[in-house]
Write a protein that binds this ligand. Sequence first.
Ligand SMILES: [Zn+2]
Length: 417
Amino acid sequence: MTLSENISYTVTKRFLRYTAIDTQSDPLSLSCPSTEKQKNLGTLLVRELLGMGLKDAHLDQYGYVYASIPGNTKKKVPIICFCSHMDTSPDCSGENVKAIIHENYQGQDIVLPDDQNQIIRMKDHPDLKDQIGNDLITASGTTLLGADNKAGIAEIMDAANFLISHPEYKHGEIKILFTPDEEIGRGVDKLDLKKLGADFAYTIDGETLGSIENETFSADGVKLIIHGVSAHPGFAKNKMESAIKIASEILSALPKEYLSPESSSNKEGFIHPVSINGSVEQVNIEFIIRDFSTELLKSHESILEQIVRKVLISYPGSGYDFIVEEQYRNMKSVLDLHPQIIQSGIEAIERSGLTAKLQSIRGGTDGSRLSFMGLPCPNLFAGEHAFHGKQEWVSVQDMQKAVQTIINLVLVLEEKS
Ligand SMILES: [Zn+2]
């Protein structure tokens, strides 16, 4: 029997069970996990993992789930980890998610029942053209679905379930990791890499069937503080230098036709103001700086600082602070040192009957930070689409292919060892 004939999938049932649990994270919370409710899913996952026989499965105080599948081969195989995040985006409600399965999709508009204005149309979601005949899962119109990243969790859980119940398939030791708070950029803050004990990892959090992502943005944040000169407005002549007006001059001098999110795509980077607050005396502006090249990141930052300096020439009493904070780095420079990680991923995708697509992401992943913490970690597809919104969808068939890919990946690594 081939692998695909041998799997009786549990991924869809698991997915429906996990999406029913609200796990929205909260950027304003200082605790870890940022919302206690994420532990409700963590507790369920641990119970299911223990039920499969993974004796060390546990949820730690910060809301991370760790578990190991012992190896069953005599070969020395690298220890790999599969990782997905449990939280959902703060951008859209995740409360009372009612997942709906639309069987045998034929390209029609899908009207979501709890808000008839939410209509999933193929013209807005071009990837739907590859889903004809598949069974689509959506939310009901008032919430996101949470396929980002509960599809990944369900796929890892199903693959683990298969490997435990089919000892005839040989593999090395496998680590399972479910993280909280990825959507608010804190997914690996409290991760214990030593305890995890893996040689490398794959996040299962990508979009399109067959995709594997080895490249992310490099990212910095810039805090610009403008110190103006305040004075009583009635007696301000030749004294006042309004930080508000200085800020507005700086912002209008930013490049618009290039180096902005609105004007860039593919491998182009940008300078992007994301928040502003202040008064006549002081204004704080926060920027995010992005590029695939870490060197270009520095040049974008100096363009920004030159603009600030130029504007301030006309305001001799005013000054500024320019504080750069590293956020994450393009994982490619780490992954290039370990080419077998991507090669094995591609081979696993192809063995699952798919065309492998090596891609870059105009964003970051838990994997970008993990790679630089010493755990090289590309991103494999989970099948999630249109995430962070009410029209999010995933298909049953894509999730099943992801399960196959995870299983094939551990088999490939055993064979090559
Ligand atoms: Zn995600």
